[in-house]
Design a protein around this ligand. Structure first.
Ligand SMILES: O=C(CO)COP(=O)(O)O
Length: 241
């Protein structure tokens, strides 16, 4: 199982101290089969990479520019730059960026450039509350997958993160059966090799006991709770207990 910490726009150099606990945990037997990945803001990626030297914790960025080339794009960072400072993963298509106008087409270009830079991609998809109410979840997910992954033949380095927008930061999670069916639907979109599908949206040490029972989920993309080393570790421990 994968446990991805998305720190969003939180954290500074002093946050590095909180990682000691997680590093110790990652080297202990308690980690079982858990794979930990941290996606801090870009300002902290190299420091995290240094800190995680000698342990099995992966590092990723939270977004990247679509161009694989360097260029005059003020305020942006491309996938090569992320790779260069020690990232192995990048989150692409997060709803917080889609909300800012990131289209499926742009997401497709970003994914292609990230794969070219040899990063693994955590590709976020999910419906909004109004789309859910209009029973459009499946058509939205199909469209996001179809355009987002257009002309990408080798999908072996792509993880899908299903994050219903209404579940992010709200404390509300989907009903277990609905979530199982949605993940099954997402996997049905892939013919040969099934992608790993993660769930994200208000995952915490309390609701993980129910979420872990949904047996087609391959891991979790965790926002708020991942900023606390204790909560993050608790989520992993409870998944395996
Ligand atoms: O957006 C998320 C992870 O990418 C989920 O955030 P929360 O866990 O804070 O709901």
């Amino acid at each position: 199982m994968y446990f991805v910490a998305n720190w969003k726009m939180y954290g500074n150099l002093s946050s590095l101290n909180t990682l000691d606990k997680v590093i110790r945990f990652s080297k202990s037997k308690e980690i079982k089969g858990g794979r930990l990945i941290y996606c801090p803001p870009n300002t902290l990626i190299s420091s995290f990479a240094k800190k995680f030297n000698n342990c099995q914790i992966g590092i990723g960025g939270q977004n990247c520019h679509e161009s694989k080339d360097y260029g005059a794009h003020t305020g942006h960072v491309n996938s090569r730059m992320l790779k260069n400072i020690g990232a192995h993963f990048v989150i692409i298509g997060h709803s917080e960026n889609r909300k800012q106008g990131e289209s499926d087409k742009l997401i497709n270009l970003k994914i292609k450039s990230a794969l070219e830079a040899k990063l693994k991609v955590i590709f976020c998809i999910g419906e909004t509350l109004s789309e859910k109410r209009k029973k459009k979840t499946r058509s939205i997910l199909s469209k996001q997958i179809k355009i987002g992954l257009k002309n990408i033949k080798n999908k072996s380095n792509i993880f899908i993160a299903y994050e219903p927008v209404w579940a992010i930061g709200s404390g509300i999670i989907p009903k277990s059966y609905d979530l199982f069916k949605t993940i099954e639907f997402i996997k049905s979109k892939f013919r040969d090799k099934l992608p790993k599908v993660l769930y994200g949206g208000s995952v915490n040490p309390e609701n993980i006991t129910n979420l872990k029972k949904i047996n087609n989920i391959d891991g979790f993309l965790i926002g708020g709770a991942s900023q606390s080393a204790k909560k993050f570790i608790d989520i992993v421990k409870k998944t395996y207990s």
